[in-house]
Write a protein that binds this ligand. Structure first.
Ligand code: SAH
Length: 528
């Protein structure tokens, strides 16, 4: 159990330099209709096969790097999304699923990055209150409420939310179950220990892994995908995703001009693609693929940019531009009018990132709240709150993939499985997918995290905590604790460099009500 002087008791000063993932500096900025070009090495016919043959004894930086290189030597270069998926969630050696050494985790000072719930308990408390306000505004249903979190990390956010919701008796009593969507068996265990106790047992079923929460004794169910959570029309799902969407794999495409009467064989990784023949120059999307770097590469020969630390071994892999269509380049960049506008208005050189998994999750949330053809819902209900970083002005992310290790930016292709990978979240894309998936929902935001938390009353809540801490004790420790709380909450709303108030955004999905009621934190008032 957390003490009354909780996680902030560590020194705030030491917290100050923990990096959040959004802060690791980037080389390129997002832009929508601005042409952005990326220098990628052109893909010769079979570079990876040749380089592997050249040096069968090549040393790879991690076992996962070797596994990826073996796979690429069999199939040819792979889409960035396949590479990311393996690096983050491969059964063996994925960043979240096992590669991290014993005694170390991804989060906090000794890990790679820090997130808002880990910085201050006030963050999770206010998210809990946000769901209480939605429950009130939607008629205070007395049963059938589900709390769903995707990508719960250490479980800290859900712990703070539940501790807060517990104080609102009627809502607490309405909760049927808590669902945690978590790919990592290790993190599931960490979450279970925090939310249920170290001795609580987990039992397995067809749906997932079950235990009982220390708050309100509600059942908690862990699944490894949101699809495994049963969908029933009478349920009121309250869904939270904090720094989850940025960890989903992206594809990246570049617009190129294809000269007339060119006949190009499909990429070796995609034998199903048709060849490309054109009678006049056309502008087409080409996918960026991942292939091994040449044997003997160094940071110098690979020209690792100055924004990336050279303390890692040289990257094992690099991005190359496919010479022909791949399966994904034929349909993903054509799937949204926003991408089509970039192709026609920017043309050759334009780069976009597309995250099909984000679209799947957004569609799932929307269908759960608003109903869909597959899951009709006579009365839409519930809400989703998505907090993450990415452009808030509708522009499509570009060049935002980053590798993070020990609070520093590194090459995303260095030490696969030991390096955290993330990319900007396309909030406009999430909104588009949600609206397309269900007629029963509407989307609010994104708004800056600073605005959202200010409107949720972060200052007042932090001041209460500070007052309580200093009222009970006047020791140096209590004073230090109060200073820590102050520093922590201000970092969450700070809109300047290093602060999290502007870069991070909040987006809400609500039952459709013709925009008449805005949610709290997005300009709306509490409806009692
Ligand atoms: N929300 C937490 C953790 C963010 S890190 C916080 O803010 O502190 C991303 C989380 O998503 C981790 O728990 C990771 O294991 C999980 N995750 C990443 N990819 C996933 C996937 N494809 N499916 C399910 N969980 C995933």
């Amino acid at each position: 159990m957390r003490s009354a002087l909780p996680r902030a008791l560590g020194s705030a000063a030491s917290r100050g330099f923990w990096q959040s993932r959004a802060f690791v500096p980037r080389v390129w900025q997002s832009s929508s209709l601005k042409a952005t070009t990326l220098s990628v090495r052109s893909l010769s016919s079979t570079p990876c096969l040749r380089s592997l043959d050249d040096d069968p004894d090549r040393k790879w930086s991690t076992p996962l790097a070797k596994q990826l290189a073996d796979a690429i030597s069999a199939t040819g270069p792979v889409p960035l999304a396949s590479f990311m998926r393996m690096c983050l969630t491969a059964d063996i050696g994925g960043y979240y699923t096992g590669a991290i050494e014993e005694g170390r985790d991804q989060f906090g000072l000794k890990g790679d990055f820090v997130t808002s719930p880990e910085i201050s308990q006030v963050f999770g408390e206010l998210i809990g209150i946000w769901f209480v306000t939605e429950w009130m505004a939607q008629g205070k249903q007395s049963q059938g409420v589900e709390l769903i979190e995707v990508g719960p990390g250490r479980g800290t956010l859900m712990d703070d939310m539940l501790r807060t919701i517990q104080k609102f008796g009627p809502m607490a009593n309405s909760i049927d179950a808590v669902y945690m969507v978590e790919a990592s068996p290790q993190l599931r265990e960490v979450q279970k220990t925090l939310l249920c106790g170290a001795d609580a047992t987990m039992t397995e079923s067809k749906v997932g892994w079950h235990s009982v929460c220390k708050y309100m004794s509600v059942p908690i169910v862990w699944t490894d995908t949101v699809k495994s959570i049963p969908n029933a029309s009478e349920k009121m799902p309250f869904i939270v995703a904090h720094e989850f969407f940025d960890a989903l794999p992206i594809h990246t495409f570049q617009c190129v001009e294809v000269p007339a009467t060119q006949d190009i064989k499909p990429s070796p990784s995609d034998l199903s693609s048709p060849s490309t023949r054109t009678n006049q120059p056309t502008v087409q999307w080409r996918e960026m693929l991942v292939s091994p770097t040449p044997p003997g590469s160094t940071h110098d020969t690979l020209r690792t940019p100055p924004s990336q630390s050279r303390d890692t071994p040289p990257p094992d892999f690099q991005l190359t531009l496919a010479q022909a269509n791949t399966r994904h380049s034929l349909y993903l960049p054509e799937s949204s009018p926003r991408y089509r506008a970039i192709k026609s208005q920017v043309g050759p050189g334009a780069l976009i990132e597309v995250c099909p998994d984000a679209a799947l999750y957004a569609s799932d949330f929307a269908a759960r709240i608003g109903g869909s053809a597959q899951y009709p819902k006579p009365q839409p209900k519930g809400a989703a709150l998505i907090l993450d970083y990415g452009p808030g002005d509708g522009t499509v992310p570009t060049n935002s993939l980053r590798g993070i290790r020990r609070h520093r930016r590194v090459s995303p292709f260095a030490e696969p499985g030991l390096t955290d990978l993330s990319a900007d979240v396309d909030f406009a894309g999430i909104a588009e997918s949600a609206v397309r998936a269900s007629e029963g929902i509407e989307v609010h935001g994104p708004v800056d995290q600073g605005t959202f938390l200010d409107l949720m009353g972060i200052r007042e809540r932090a001041e209460m905590l500070i007052k309580a801490a200093t009222a009970s004790a006047t020791t140096d420790e209590a004073k230090q604790y109060a200073a820590n709380i102050e520093k922590a909450w201000k970092r969450l709303v700070d809109r300047g460099p290093g602060g999290m108030g502007k870069v991070y955004k909040a987006l809400a999905v609500l039952p459709e009500n013709e925009g008449r009621r805005k949610p709290v934190g997005f300009g709306g008032d509490v409806v009692a």
